[in-house]
Design a protein. Sequence first.
Length: 410
Amino acid sequence: MSDTESALPLPAVLHDQPIERVERDGVEYVVLGTAHVSRTSMEAVEALLEHERFDAVAVELCESRAQGMRDPDAFKRMDLFQVIRQGKAGMVAASLVLSTFQKRLAEQSGIQPGAEMKAAMDGAEARGLPLWLVDREVGTTLKRAWRSVGFWQRFGLLGGLLASVFEREEIDASEIERLKQGDMLESAFSEFASESKPLYQSLIGERDAYMAARLREEAARSATAAPRRVLVVIGAGHLKGLCRLLREQHGDPVAIAADLAQAPPKARWPKWLAAGLVLAVFAAIAFAFHRNTALGTQALTAWVLFTGCFAALGALAAAAHPLSILAAFVAAPIKPFRPGIPAGGISAAAEAWVRRPRVADFDALRDDIVHWSGWWKNRVARTLLNFFLVSLGTIVGEYSAGIHIFRSLV
């Protein structure tokens, strides 16, 4: 900062803002802890950029979230068939559910969550400063959070997400205040994050370490014009942890960031359990045929009817087209013979083909899903809902069929 700049009085909006200054490897990081739902935080970012001179601006955003802010209509160009085929329907649906939470916050607070990040991005662009996106990809964070908790806790997380869709009351003022002091992802899972150390570590602790490593990596990468002062805009919930790690973190920052950016491997036991169940059921069907052809036929029929009907019931609950319901009924019984292609994917693909989402559906998607009825009204949302309910129905059908067949052999 020049002498002229240091002599300027500090803008009033910055007086009570959480600002830390950290020196590391010849770089001064001016870390501003912001509230994701606060006009004051947005004004603080603008004031800091006006008051001080920076060589770069870093924000708590990943590439996908930053792209969403730059081009909020990008999701309208989403290829629904590709989303289903690549197995990304779950991630897209989770992102949409989180967006409903953010939209309700925006309507209630009068400011769009993340407005201070947008102000930092716009400020960097206006001044020709490099913009560093230092947060971990939100998809990776959600996957690591999901796989960090146990089987029963996952039901709690799903329940929390579903509750946010069906909840129609205003968000409690205390929840908004928590958002002003914390992190958007942590707040979305606040009840579970506070009770689960692994979940909190995935949502907050790991990201603190990742962002510290990314800041060091970006600073080292700028060897030709090494930055002397960097403005870092992060949620207040990360301020303490990030600043501590900026001072204390050792090791190769590239390796640290790469390690934390890896999606954890899927647990193998659910697949083995599912495969074991199917093998046991088909062994029971074979044994039934060995004992008696009529008994074997009954067992095979039970498998087809239980899996097919429950899958079709899932499609029916999603208000799917009759062809999608038929696709679910046909696809569920033969699931063991086409591993990796869920019945929900086949039924959802049929739904997207028969009822192709219109431009208007993409335009209205974010508004429609704020209310639970919009998931059945909007063709894009209904296709994703169909995917989940058919997949759930297939699982229920498999277990029900297995229980029925084993009982018939006793």
